[in-house]
Design a protein around this ligand. Structure first.
Ligand code: NDP
Length: 277
């Protein structure tokens, strides 16, 4: 049996062990996947211990994604771009690192929600770690426009600059106020990558960014509709939360480790049913 885990602090609430157990069962892979609480000042040692015990790979969650980035011997392009790592693969004494969050988001939007990004107007709210991780996979879909809006303009501008290093797509950086005053057209896809929903807050964005056919996507998920998605629904948009992103990022990690793609629809249906029970 091969061993995998997710490092975090806290980590007991993680759905990843159940997700990976379902993937393993579906695909006939003989693996064990568990949570590992790493001390806040002991992430690197925890990884080394796991490798010494024979661990084959790991996911990394809050607050260790930057430390995982620094620890890697080899980074994928999307991890380099994200500046953070959520997936480690231990191969021949090397730590190979990736970031599967952004591709998980894009797959959930384009495949599971059947919403194309190509040639569409996309609004990305927030400019923290999750927004940065989403940048490359979003731009690879070739949107017509990507507007990054954030409370702190300089952080949105940093992401804009980063995006412009590898794309010719139009990428804008704005504040909430500029969005209110200067943007008159609605967006096809509006992604909330701020952490405002954690405090049941909604970024102060104008209702006109949502059209009747828009998809509003909150990266956060929970047992109830997030505050952002409640607002988007009031504005007439379709909504989706980040549960599918979580499952899709896990599927990509599973693929990196095992070379097999699991059936994410079955796992998503399981968690959606559980959430509504
Ligand atoms: P960061 O702390 O790195 O960034 C937070 C961002 O939110 C910043 O842009 C910050 O703006 C903005 N922000 C914070 N509070 C408010 C507020 N009250 N109003 C408006 N903007 C606010 O967090 P992450 O990027 O790591 O995470 C963001 C969200 O994404 C979280 O809800 C997290 O749970 C979710 N997530 C979901 C994943 C999934 O698999 N579904 C995976 C990863 C993240 P400023 O720059 O001005 O401070």
């Amino acid at each position: 049996m091969d061993h995998y885990c997710v490092f975090g602090n806290p980590v007991h609430h993680s759905k990843s062990p159940v997700i990976h157990a379902m993937f393993a069962q579906q695909t006939g892979q003989n693996i064990d996947y568990h949570t590992r609480l790493a001390p806040l000042d002991g992430f690197v040692e925890a990884v080394r211990t796991f490798i010494a015990e024979g661990g084959q790979g790991a996911n990394v969650t809050v607050p260790f994604k930057l430390e995982a980035f620094a620890l890697a011997h080899q980074l994928s392009e999307r991890a380099s771009m994200a500046g953070a790592v959520n997936t480690l693969h231990f191969v021949d004494g090397k730590i190979i690192a990736d970031n599967t969050d952004g591709v998980g988001l894009v797959r959930d939007i384009t495949c599971n929600a059947a919403t194309p990004i190509r040639d569409k107007r996309v609004l990305l709210l927030g400019a923290g770690g999750a927004a940065r991780g989403a940048l490359l996979p979003l731009l690879q879909e070739l949107p017509a426009v990507l507007t990054i809006a954030n409370r702190t303009l300089s952080k949105a501008q940093e992401l804009q600059k980063l995006a412009q290093t590898f794309t010719s797509c139009e990428v804008d950086a704005v504040t909430w106020q500029q969005l209110e005053e200067e943007s008159t057209q609605s967006f096809d896809v509006i992604i909330n990558a701020t952490s405002a929903s954690l405090q049941s807050e909604v970024p102060p964005i104008p209702a006109h960014v949502f059209g009747p056919e828009s998809l509003a996507y909150d990266m956060m998920y929970g047992d109830t509709v997030t505050s952002f998605n409640q607002y988007a629904q009031q504005c007439g948009a379709k909504t989706r939360d980040g549960l599918g992103m979580l499952i899709e990022q896990a599927a990509e990690a599973f693929f990196i480790w095992r070379g097999v793609r699991p059936n994410t629809a079955e796992v998503l249906a399981h968690f959606q049913k559980k959430g509504s029970a």
